[in-house]
Design a protein around this ligand. Sequence first.
Ligand code: KIV
Ligand code: ZN
Length: 534
Amino acid sequence: MSHPHDRIIIFDTTLRDGEQCPGATLNVDEKLLVARQLARLNVDVIEAGFAFASQGDFNAIQRIAQAVGTENGPTICSLARARKEDIKAAAEAIKPAAKGRIHTFIATSDIHLQYKLKKTREEVLEIAPEMVAYAKSFTDDVEFSPEDAGRSDPEFMYQVLERVIDAGATTVNIPDTVGYTTPAEFGALIRGIKENVPNIDRAIISVHGHNDLGMAVANFLEAVKNGARQLECTINGIGERAGNAALEELVMALHVRRQYYNPFLGRPAESEEALTQIHTQEIYKSSRLVSNLTGMLVQPNKAIVGANAFAHESGIHQDGVLKNKLTYEIMDAESIGLNANQIVLGKHSGRHAFKNRLLELGFELSEDNLNKAFLTFKELADKKKEITDWDLEAIVNDRIQKVPELFRLELVQVSCGDKARPTATVSLRTPTGEELMDAAIGTGPVDAVYKAINRVVNIPNELIEYSVQSVTDGIDAIGEVTIRLQHGDRIFSGHSADTDIIVASARAYVNALNRLYATLQENEERKVKATAKV
Ligand code: KIV
Ligand code: ZN
């Protein structure tokens, strides 16, 4: 295997580590949408899930491997604990991909060994290479991670790494699992590995890290300076707890500051050759897709993809930017694909123009979905004269539902005002096909709608987050509503967009309730199967 030591490999784990965060659960169709977008973004590797974790994860990896894992597409990877049954499931799931990788891991820190694994260092020294060799019997491309590397005894970790590379690991990934290290420490850890693992030249050094102290991206960039050549990251930095290192921040840091980073990769400082193969113009779209599907909102001041990242509010800044962009801008909004927000279609645009623009945006819809989306587009064009790419994207993401519509909203009506008690009437089609209507009074119109919906659906839940944002500027803009609700210890998100924010609010709520209902049904089916086996 060739080792591209002179460029940075982007390993995206949005669908594995990213999806592990509360409420971000995606169904198979949604994962496939994200995977297709990651392929357009041109990531090198997609970690599509943890095959042994659930049948749903297994199916998603397999479908992604089939649909996205083409010869010229990304490598498709599955996570696996250092256990035979995990590795076997991972191998089976990635099989349809032209390029498949198994990523196996076992902890090396004493804390994890003692309390979690209840294993000795000697045992780990045996298991790790044995499981890498087993993974190698399925694919040449095997990655190994010593979990909690950031808190492991480096001398012990060097021994483990040497053995797994001898057993065939082609990538060794160094995770700062708990987000504890500082940039200087993490850089030194990577340097130590380069200097003390005798066969390290036979593997690519990768890094993985969490953002508990807000240092994940800085840690990775320091790791690059010390020899790391693969970065494991997620779109918008979503992931366990404070999240993972954010892909867009890493890629743009390496892009904007390439003259600084070039020499660390053995290139002349002035080289213009990109350090990653990411199509940066796809960054903004990837960010919006992941945020819409997972319900994990992007904070307005988030670097690169936040709503304010390219906005200049103060008079002095605006004046400077008008005179010359370079006064206050270090990168172009266009470089992350923000220029896509142009007026593209209007009320007279036909189905053909609509379909073509969707194709250019990367949406390939079935005939049926295209018809549905076109109808919505026409309705919208009647209300809103100028339709932008963001509007089109909102239509597709909203109307072509990826969540099965077990409950379907048929009608929502509210009356409210400063002298009225906010009252809502809703009608829903239930999973059994019945149409049920109910009404409720609330503290505001949205509260009234949610109370009325709850009277019909009748599944206990608590609304824990509600947000409304406009897709574009102007009074006629589409409003996007994202909500998160809790049922027991699980969180479910919902999303919808409409020019009427009450309608969008109702649909977002039903969307989240459908996710909740689908999960309850799955659990029920599993129970029935388990009882049948006994
Ligand atoms: O954070 C972590 O250590 C992980 C490993 C499985 C790589 O996600
Ligand atoms: Zn992780």
